[in-house]
Design a protein around this ligand. Structure first.
Ligand code: GLC
Ligand code: CA
Length: 553
C-alpha cells in the first residue's frame, strides 16, 4: 500500500486562492497561510495548477522556465517554506507538470527557431511546407491548424496541439525525454511528492502524411492522430522508470481527458504503468441538450443523468478493480463549477451535500476543486467582453454571426465557461472575500458565501464536508470493494465491504420522500444531510436525502 492509496486531493488554482501582497493575484505565501485550513478540512494532498515561470498564455500551462517559480506567485524560498510546512502538517504536495509542450518563450524553442543547427532543434516537431501549405489538415484543440510557421523560416512549420505559443515537445527524441525527467528530479529533490502529468496522452503523434477525412471544418480536431496512440506508453516508460528509481513512492497522477476505463487500466497496470491513477473529464453523468446544432457541445446546457452516472462508475470500478484506484471528481479548472453546470436545485444545500456523499465515498481518490467544499458557485460576468479564453472567443464569434443576441451568449458562457470556475476563494465577508484587498484578477458577481460564516454553522456545507472526509478515511470507505445496489431509478446506493467492516451509501435523487429497504445488517448512521428514520429495516429517506451507514468494525 502506498501513501497515495489514501489520498484525498484538494486542487488549488494558485492565482485564485489567497493573495498576500495585494496585487489581486493569489500567491504561494497565501497557500502557506491557508495550509492549516486545508489540513483541518481533512484533505491530505494538494495538487497545485502550474507554478513555474510562464508568459501565462494558458495560465501557467505554457512554461518558459521549469526550474523556477513564476514571480507573480513567489520564489524558491516561498516554495521551500510551503513544502516544509505542508509536510509538517502531514500534507503531500503534487505539482502540475506540462510535459507535452513548452512555451514558445522557452530557451530551447527560442534557440531552435533561430538556428537550424541548434542542439534543441530536435526537441520540437518540425515539417517542411507541403505545396505551400500546412503539412496536413489536423486541427488544434485551441482552434485552427496544429501547424504554425517558423517565424525565422516561413517554409517550415512547427507542431502545436494547444495554443500556437505552446509548441509540442518531440517525445521521439531521448534527449528531450531525459530533459523532462531532469525537471521532475529537480522538484523531487526539493521535496515534491508527486506530479500531475498534464496532457500525457498526447505525447505520441501519427504519421504526418495522413489527413483527417472529417471535412466539417478546415482543420478538424481528430484524436486518432494525436491522442492515446500506442507509442505513448513507450515514450513515457523511460521517464517513469527514471523518476521512480529515485523516489519509488512518487505519485503520478495522469491527466487523460478522453480516457475510457479501459485506457485508464492500460496506463495504470502495475509494473508497466505510465501513472498511478488517471483523471479524465468524462465522468460527470451529463446528458447534453443536442437539439440546437449551432451550439458546440461544450457550451450546451446539460442535465445530470443518474442512470448514466451509475453505468459510468460500475464500469470504472469493475475495470479498475485489482488494477488501480479510480479518481472521483465533480470538476476542475477546465469546466464550470458543478453547481452551475448541471441544472440541479442547488439552492437547496441538501443537493450539494448529496453530490459529495454520492461520489466521494465510492472506491477511489476524491479530487475536490477549491471552493467546492463550501458550495462555491461560479462567477457571473455582466458582459461577454469579460471572457478572454479562446473557446469563449470562438463561441462569441460563431453565435454572433448566426444572429444570436449577446444576452443569450452571455448566459451560455456564464453557465459553462471555464473562467467562471476560476474565481477568488471566498474566505470572509469583506469586499473581495478576504482573498485580497485589491480587485482580484478574475472578478465578477457570485453567491456571497464564505468560510468564516460556514465555520460558525454546524449545518453548513463546509462542516458537512469535514465530516464526510473523516468518514472517507474509515476502513470500509477507503479499502472496501464497491457494489452498486440494484434499486429504483431515483436511488443511487452502494455497498463498500472489507472483511472487517461494511459501509452503505443511499442517495435519493428526487424531490419526493421515499422508502428504501436496507440490506440485511446492523447499520448505524454515520452521515446524513437530513433526518434519518429507519423502521424495521426500511429507511424513510427525505427529498434529496443522502445517508451513509456502517456496521461496527
Ligand atoms: C490540460 C489542462 C488545461 C490546459 C491543457 C494544456 O488539459 O487541464 O488547462 O489548457 O492541458 O496544457
Ligand atoms: Ca499576490
Amino acid at each position: 500500500m502506498n501513501w497515495y492509496d489514501k489520498a484525498i486531493i484538494y486542487q488549488i488554482y494558485p492565482k485564485s486562492f489567497q493573495d498576500t501582497n495585494n496585487d489581486g493575484i493569489g500567491d504561494l505565501k497565501g497557500i502557506i497561510k491557508r495550509l492549516n485550513y486545508v489540513k483541518d478540512m481533512g484533505f491530505n494532498t494538494i495538487w497545485l495548477n502550474p507554478i513555474f515561470v510562464s508568459p501565462q498564455v494558458d495560465n501557467g500551462y505554457d512554461v518558459s522556465n521549469y526550474f523556477a517559480i513564476d514571480p507573480i506567485l513567489g520564489d524558491t524560498n516561498d516554495f521551500s517554506e510551503m513544502i516544509e510546512k505542508a509536510h509538517r502538517l502531514g500534507l503531500h504536495i503534487i505539482l502540475d507538470l506540462p510535459i507535452n509542450h513548452t512555451s514558445d518563450q522557452h530557451p530551447w524553442f527560442q534557440d531552435a527557431v533561430e538556428k537550424d543547427n541548434s542542439i534543441f532543434k530536435d526537441y520540437y516537431i518540425w515539417h517542411k511546407e507541403v505545396n505551400g501549405h500546412e503539412p496536413n489538415n489536423w486541427g488544434s484543440f485551441f482552434g485552427g491548424s496544429v501547424w504554425e510557421k517558423n517565424p525565422h523560416n516561413p517554409k517550415e512549420y512547427y507542431f502545436h496541439l494547444f495554443d500556437k505559443r505552446m509548441p509540442d515537445l518531440n517525445w521521439k527524441n531521448p534527449e528531450a525525454q531525459k530533459s523532462i525527467a531532469d525537471i521532475a528530479k529537480f522538484w523531487i529533490e526539493k521535496g515534491v511528492d508527486g506530479f500531475r502529468l498534464d496532457a500525457f496522452i498526447h505525447v505520441a503523434k501519427a504519421n504526418f502524411a495522413q489527413n483527417s477525412l472529417d471535412n466539417s471544418t478546415k482543420f478538424p480536431i481528430d484524436d486518432q492522430f494525436y491522442a492515446k496512440l500506442p507509442k505513448v506508453k513507450n515514450y513515457m516508460a523511460g521517464f517513469v522508470k527514471e523518476i521512480k528509481q529515485i523516489k519509488p513512492d512518487v505519485f503520478l497522477f495522469g491527466e487523460a481527458s478522453s480516457a475510457t476505463a479501459r485506457d485508464a487500466a492500460e496506463y495504470t497496470r502495475p509494473n508497466e504503468h505510465v501513472c498511478d491513477v488517471v483523471v479524465n473529464s468524462d465522468n460527470y453523468g451529463e446528458i447534453f441538450d443536442d437539439s440546437n446544432a449551432d451550439i458546440p457541445r461544450f457550451f450546451q446546457s446539460r442535465k445530470l443523468s443518474l442512470d448514466s452516472l451509475k453505468k459510468t462508475y460500475v464500469t470504472w470500478e469493475s475495470v479498475l478493480d485489482q488494477v488501480s484506484l479510480p479518481t472521483l471528481t465533480w470538476g476542475n479548472h477546465d469546466i464550470s463549477r458543478v453547481l452551475d453546470r448541471l441544472n440541479l436545485p442547488v439552492n437547496d444545500s441538501r443537493v450539494t451535500k448529496l453530490l459529495a456523499t454520492l461520489l466521494f465515498l465510492q472506491r477511489g481518490i476524491p479530487v475536490i476543486y477549491y471552493g467546492e467544499e463550501i458550495g462555491m458557485h461560479g462567477l457571473k460576468y455582466e458582459h461577454i467582453s469579460n471572457f478572454h479564453d479562446q473557446r469563449a472567443l470562438d463561441l462569441i464569434k460563431t453565435l454572433r454571426q448566426k444572429g444570436y443576441k449577446d444576452s443569450n451568449i452571455l448566459q451560455l458562457l456564464n453557465n459553462q465557461d471555464e473562467m467562471t470556475a476560476r474565481g477568488p476563494m471566498q474566505w470572509d465577508t469583506s469586499k473581495y472575500y478576504g482573498f485580497s484587498k485589491k480587485q482580484p484578477w478574475n472578478w465578477a458577481k457570485t453567491e456571497p458565501i464564505c468560510v468564516d460564516e460556514e465555520i460558525k454553522n454546524s449545518n453548513s456545507i463546509m462542516m458537512f464536508y469535514r465530516e464526510l472526509l473523516k468518514i472517507k478515511q474509515h476502513d470500509c470507505f477507503t479499502n472496501g470493494n464497491f457494489q452498486l445496489l440494484i434499486t429504483k431509478p431515483q436511488f443511487y446506493a452502494y455497498l463498500r465491504k472489507t472483511p472487517q467492516q461494511s459501509g452503505l451509501v443511499v442517495v435519493n435523487f428526487s424531490d419526493q420522500e421515499s422508502n428504501f429497504n436496507l440490506p440485511v445488517g446492523k447499520w448505524h448512521t454515520v452521515l446524513a444531510n437530513s433526518d434519518v428514520q429507519v423502521v424495521d429495516g426500511v429507511l424513510k429517506i427525505q427529498p434529496w436525502g443522502s445517508c451513509a451507514f456502517e456496521t461496527k468494525s
